[in-house]
Design a protein around this ligand. Structure first.
Ligand code: CP
Ligand code: NVA
Length: 337
């Protein structure tokens, strides 16, 4: 019995450790097929809608290329292309798209919109990022971790930065489900919200993951295998000056990497990207001069160091999204899980 068939992927908390590990392993398998030019057209003839309220490089590219490799037809529906949220309800949009498409990717602001689409479209909806969660990122991230370390359980991942953004929420809860110890290091007022902490603590009790939320960099870094960061200002926010002031001490630099005390062969750096790591990255139309800072959440030195895995991680978005789409829409025989 395929426990994934017809299911939406809206948030990690809806999946068991076994299910998430299955998708991660399936992603690794599909990566192998791709590298060896072995076809894997599990979604021949399916139509896939790609709904984007916010911009995207990786998620869009991953869904498009994954769809093509699986034999499906993706169609990009951007914010100015369709009526989403304007002129008609999200529910009505969902009903219409569901009558024509076999699966829907949604990237937007509100998690509730992803839920409405899943409820009313009648087809699997895949959350390509909301203000709350980024589940397809997690599949790629933990796939990357498994690729590097050979296992997941017992490793320690430290996220340093905006501790209440979508990526931090997702890392905390997914790590807790999978038995990966998660440290969140941020100023106190950016600690994850209580409901997110509650989900994570409940899962951690079951998996044995150790969770730590702290504003103390030395304490948070100690013993980490994976140092992870993300932009200081997420899509939909615009509080640059404030965030730069608050988060400057929480930059991932070589001193932070060294503070892990972890041997080099057991330590990696990850970033979901896009990243502000040098003067070439713009803050909207303003460059860093306005803020007097050219490197933000990560220094160029760390970004280009031997620890860096962010581009493997980005590539893995495609392989893992492929696994998720094939599992939920491919009528595959999946006996395990
Ligand atoms: N990591 C990620 O979701 O990147 P995009 O915003 O480019 O899709
Ligand atoms: N936290 C970031 C993630 C981008 C992939 C954002 O929401 O903008």
């Amino acid at each position: 019995q395929n426990v994934f068939q017809g299911r939406s992927v809206l948030a990690e908390k809806d999946f068991t450790a076994e299910e998430l590990e299955y998708l991660i392993d399936f992603g690794l398998h599909l990566k192998d097929l791709k590298k060896n030019n072995i076809p894997h057209k599990y979604l021949e003839g399916k139509n896939i809608a790609l709904l984007f309220e916010k911009s995207s490089t990786r998620t869009r590219a991953a869904f498009v290329t994954a769809s093509h490799d699986l034999g499906a037809h993706p169609d990009f529906l951007g914010p100015s292309d369709i009526h989403l949220g304007k002129k008609e309800t999200t529910s009505d949009t969902g009903k219409v798209l569901g009558s024509m498409f076999d699966g829907i990717e949604f990237r937007g602001f509100k998690q509730s919109d992803a839920e409405i689409l899943a409820r009313d479209s009648g087809v699997p909806v895949w959350n390509g990022l909301t203000d709350e969660w980024h589940p397809t990122q997690m599949l790629a991230d933990f796939m990357t971790v498994k690729e590097n370390f050979g296992h997941l359980k017992g490793l320690t991942l430290t996220f340093m930065g905006d501790g209440r953004n979508n990526v931090a929420n997702s890392l905390l809860v997914t790590g807790a489900i999978l038995g990966v110890n998660i440290h969140i290091v941020s100023p106190k007022h950016l600690f994850p919200h209580d409901d997110i902490q509650k989900y994570a603590n409940d899962f951690a009790k079951k998996s044995g993951a150790k969770l730590l939320i702290t504003d103390d960099i030395a304490e948070g870094m100690k013993g980490s295998n994976i140092v992870y960061t993300d932009v200081w200002v997420s899509m939909g926010e615009d509080n640059w000056s404030e965030r730069i002031k608050e988060l400057k001490p929480y930059q991932v630099n070589m001193a932070a990497m060294k503070a892990t005390g972890t041997p080099d062969d057991q330590l990696i750096f990850m970033h979901c990207l896009p990243a502000f790591h040098n003067a070439d990255t713009k803050v909207g139309e303003d460059t860093k001069e306005k803020y007097g800072l050219s490197e933000m959440e990560v220094t160029d030195e760390v970004f280009n160091s031997k620890y860096a895995r962010q581009f493997e991680e980005a590539e893995n978005r495609m392989h893992s999204i492929k696994a998720m789409m094939a599992a939920t829409l491919g009528n595959l025989f999946i006996p395990r899980v």
